[in-house]
Design a protein around this ligand. Structure first.
Ligand SMILES: *[C@@H]1O[C@H](CO)[C@@H](O)[C@H](O)[C@H]1NC(C)=O
Ligand SMILES: *[C@@H]1O[C@H](CO)[C@@H](O)[C@H](O)[C@H]1NC(C)=O
Ligand SMILES: *[C@@H]1O[C@H](CO)[C@@H](O)[C@H](O)[C@H]1NC(C)=O
Ligand SMILES: *[C@@H]1O[C@H](CO)[C@@H](O)[C@H](O)[C@H]1NC(C)=O
Length: 823
């Protein structure tokens, strides 16, 4: 484009162009052109020829050329053919003028002929050919998350090579949550920006923020440049550790072993590094729980460290604290429920006990009070209580866990004196626990047993002539009661024997029960008697029982035979007449003897110890009958003397002798010769004695018969003593000291024997039957040894023994005396 040369320069190029266009033709030869940068080569800037008012030929002839100050490139040239100023080389304003606001190329147009000089100015106009550019593609920022709102972070300036409107006109920030952009103009006119924190950063939410910063110019079309801002949010300890639960609940059974993990608490701290390192500790814990639980600082494991006992505490509440490295902490609670385990056996307590209990306690008597306790809970404390043994006691449930121990049956101390009552208590836990306790209960005595004799009756045999004070027998009674209730004392029950108090015969040792004889006994006087012994205990009141002791006196050979006929030597003069015609075997005479003893002691035997003619007479060994041994002949001496010994069968035996005078004659006239027969005594009195004797015997018999008849009439009931020929001796006649002690008794057959009495006449001999009334002997009347025997006591439990031989002995005694009296 062709403009008029203008001498003045305007700062405002647009305005300046208008002025050039108006005033160019009015210039004084200076030329001025304005072109945009980056024009094509050969592009026409202006027509110099025309602007100078010259013809193109003229210009070429005048060798018009352009000169530039300095050695720089020309950029422009003159087309001499057309006179145009053309672009010779691309012009980059930014290269040429950098950031200067105006950019000129100043030429001098030189023409020769005449030398003419025109100043030509080409102003290079900027076009928006550069975009704003940031120094770096990335901007890295590190901002602490704790940064306060409004904090500004300067950002680098962007650069645009273009100038003026084409330069940086502003910045903008991509839309985001946290930041805004503040744009400022510097004193130099450039613009810069700052990042402003609008909203708190949270590293835990967003660790990095990426922003796009845009710089824009004012060109048209507008150009922009961007850079990426990387904001790295730096951590601050802005977070508390946070427990996963506010309240941890755990249940733990008692007796859990040490080391058992109860619960694990855990807290999380979202902070980083030390700020996020959580440690745990108890913040609130009772002293007791301190011994039982521990917490692991690092893992948060709560463990058992002691003996957990439900019975002590059933629930623990602990406070736990989690703390991070910088000391921020938070709390939570741990609640531990202890569950019961059946670890306590029931305990049996004896609250009261009546010991001892008297044996007469009625069934149902309360003996003691038992209390059962179990420290466990629920089912573990339900207790069953019982007695396993078979004892007369039971437990009655009373209020709550109390039981009463009562008797169920009658007690007997003499059977069971003490009881070990084992009480067992079992709870209902699983496994069941039980315990037991033994009660010693003793039964105290009551005097409920009388003494009992070992035998139902006692018998004792005592030899007559015993020593006074000798022991006769001993009785024993037992009393099972205790101590004085069972202590037995013996005594004799007062009674009479033959009219004499029994105490004059016997005494008893009150402690031992040994019975002693007080005086000697005489079998011939009485043969037995009975006493009652009483055993009495020492209770209050005392109990007693009695027993019969029968004392039997046994015979001793203390009486020698007594000869009744003939009368003993010296007292009598008796001669038997023997007929001269007496044949062999005929009875000549008879010796009668008796013995006051009984049995063997009274069994008599007869012997001829001396005779005039030893071959002529014999005597029956037991009959005492003297018989001719051969026929008597004339040559035999008229006078025959025999000495006869009578001895009993006792040990040792006792004996007596007597003499028998025999006269062999048929005629009393021969009697005077008898005087010669007497050896030592006055034979002159023989005849008178004989007469007296005959008269006496006759009188005796007469009296005897009368008496018998009289007694028969008066005492029909009395048993009679029979002789051959119906002659009886009345018992009433017998002397009092020979009284029949027991008339009902009978002599046993072993004691029977015959006694023969001779009156001196062959016709008057009779047999004395002592074994009478056999039918009265009771059956079973046998003398028995007691099965439990001691040395001198016999048991007559079933025997009513009476003195069988007494009657016989009495009779013999009577006869003995009678005969003595007679002769
Ligand atoms: C009770 O026990 C004691 C020892 O413990 C024993 O000597 C006694 O015989 C027992 N009594 C009963 C009645 O079992
Ligand atoms: C029971 O008796 C035995 C021995 O007889 C004794 O050892 C034990 O202590 C007694 N028990 C009681 C509770 O009296
Ligand atoms: C004897 O029995 C009585 C009751 O009859 C009783 O009171 C007393 O205690 C008993 N004596 C002994 C030593 O047991
Ligand atoms: C002796 O015992 C019997 C029963 O055994 C009794 O009937 C009698 O009365 C007792 N006598 C005396 C004196 O105690």
């Amino acid at each position: 484009m062709k403009t008029r040369p203008n001498m003045s320069y305007g700062s405002d190029w647009f305005l300046w162009i208008c002025i050039v266009i108006i005033h160019a033709p009015l210039g004084n030869g200076d030329l001025s052109y304005t072109i945009p940068e980056e024009m094509e080569r050969s592009g026409v800037v202006g027509n110099l020829a025309k602007d100078l008012g010259l013809d193109a030929k003229t210009m070429s002839m005048r060798k018009a050329r352009l000169d530039l100050d300095g050695n720089r490139k020309l950029f422009c040239d003159i087309n001499l053919q057309t006179g145009d100023l053309v672009i010779a080389e691309r012009i980059d304003r930014e290269q040429l003028c950098s950031s200067r606001a105006s950019c000129f190329l100043k030429y001098e147009l030189v023409m020769e002929n005449p030398l003419e000089l025109h100043r030509t100015t080409v102003q290079i106009r900027d076009i928006n050919d550069n975009s704003p550019r940031f120094p770096n593609d990335n901007i890295n920022l590190e901002i602490g998350e704790s940064a306060a709102k409004g904090t500004r972070f300067p950002l680098g300036e962007a650069h645009d090579s273009d100038v003026g409107r084409n330069g940086i006109q502003g910045y903008s920030l991509e839309k985001n949550d946290h930041f805004s952009l503040a744009v400022h103009s510097s004193s130099g006119g450039t613009k810069y920006s700052e990042l402003v924190l609008d909203k708190d950063l949270d590293r835990e939410q967003q660790q990095e923020v990426t922003l796009l910063l845009i710089a824009t110019d004012g060109g048209s079309p507008q150009r922009s440049g961007t850079t990426v801002i990387h904001v790295n949010v730096l951590d601050a300890n802005d977070n508390l550790p946070v427990f996963s639960q506010e309240m941890y609940k755990a249940s733990l059974s008692e007796n859990s072993p040490v080391g058992t993990i109860v619960v694990i608490v855990s807290a999380h701290d979202v902070d980083e590094g030390a700020n996020g390192e959580v440690t745990y500790e108890f913040s609130r814990i009772s002293d007791e729980a301190t011994r039982l639980f521990s917490i692991d600082k690092i893992t948060g494991e709560i463990k058992v460290t002691g003996q957990i006992d439900f019975e002590e505490e059933s629930n623990y509440e602990l406070g736990v604290q989690a703390k991070d490295g910088a000391g921020l902490a938070s709390n939570a609670k741990v609640n531990i429920d202890i569950t019961d385990v059946n670890d306590n056996a029931p305990v049996i307590l004896i609250k009261s006990l009546h010991d001892p209990i008297p044996e007469n306690a009625v069934p149902g008597t309360e003996v003691g009070i038992i209390n059962i306790q179990d420290k466990d809970s629920d089912g573990n404390r339900h207790v069953r209580c019982y007695i396993k043994q078979n004892v007369p006691f039971k437990l009655n449930p009373s209020i709550k866990n109390y039981y009463t121990l009562v008797t169920t049956a009658e007690l007997d101390r003499e059977l069971v004196g003490d009881y070990n009552i084992t009480i067992t208590a079992t709870d209902e836990g699983s496994p069941q626990l039980s315990s037991s306790k033994t009660i010693n209960l003793s039964v105290s005595d009551v005097n409920d047993n009388p003494p009992v004799f070992e035998e139902q009756s006692y018998g004792a045999y005592v030899s007559e002539n015993n020593k006074p004070g000798s022991s006769v027998c001993s009785v024993t009674a037992r009393d099972p009661d205790w101590r004085q209730n069972g202590t037995v004392f013996y005594s004799l029950l007062p009674s009479e024997v033959n009219g004499v108090p029994v105490s004059s015969y016997l005494s008893i040792n009150g402690d031992t029960g040994v019975i002693h004889a007080v005086r000697p006994f005489d079998y011939e006087q009485f043969r037995s008697f009975k006493v009652q012994v009483v055993a009495r205990d020492n209770g209050s009141p005392p109990l007693s029982s009695n027993v019969t002791v029968s004392v039997f006196i046994t015979d001793e050979n203390d009486n020698s035979p007594q000869i009744l006929y003939p009368t003993p030597e010296g007292n009598s003069f008796m001669t038997e007449m023997v007929p001269k015609a007496a044949l062999s075997g005929s009875l000549v005479s008879k010796v009668i003897a008796v013995d006051a003893d009984s049995g063997q002691n009274a069994w008599l035997s007869y012997q001829i110890v001396k005779s005039t003619d030893p071959g002529l007479f014999t005597i029956g060994l037991h009959s005492g009958e003297i018989r001719a041994q051969r026929d008597i002949s004339e040559s035999d001496s008229m006078k025959q003397n025999l000495v006869i010994s009578v001895k009993d069968n006792g040990q040792p035996s006792l004996s007596t002798t007597c003499a028998v005078y025999l006269l062999i004659s048929d005629n009393l006239a021969e009697v005077p010769e008898l005087k010669d027969m007497s050896y030592e005594e006055g034979n002159s009195k023989l005849t008178s004695y004989l007469i007296i004797a005959l008269v006496s015997v006759s009188t005796f018999f007469l009296t005897f018969i009368i008496l018998i008849v009289a007694i028969r009439v008066c005492h029909r009931r009395k048993p009679r003593l029979l002789f051959d020929g119906a002659v009886a001796i009345p018992s009433a006649y017998l002397p009092p000291n020979y009284a029949d002690v027991d008339g009902t008794g009978t002599l046993r057959s072993t004691y029977n024997y015959d006694a023969y009495m001779t009156t001196g006449s062959r016709t008057s001999d009779f047999k004395f039957v002592t074994s009478y009334n056999d039918n009265t002997l009771p059956s079973g009347t046998t003398l028995k040894r007691s099965p439990v025997d001691n040395s001198d006591c016999l048991n007559f439990s079933s025997l009513d023994f009476t003195e069988n031989g007494s009657k016989f002995s009495t009779l013999v005694n009577y006869l003995n005396t009678f005969c003595k009296d007679m002769f």
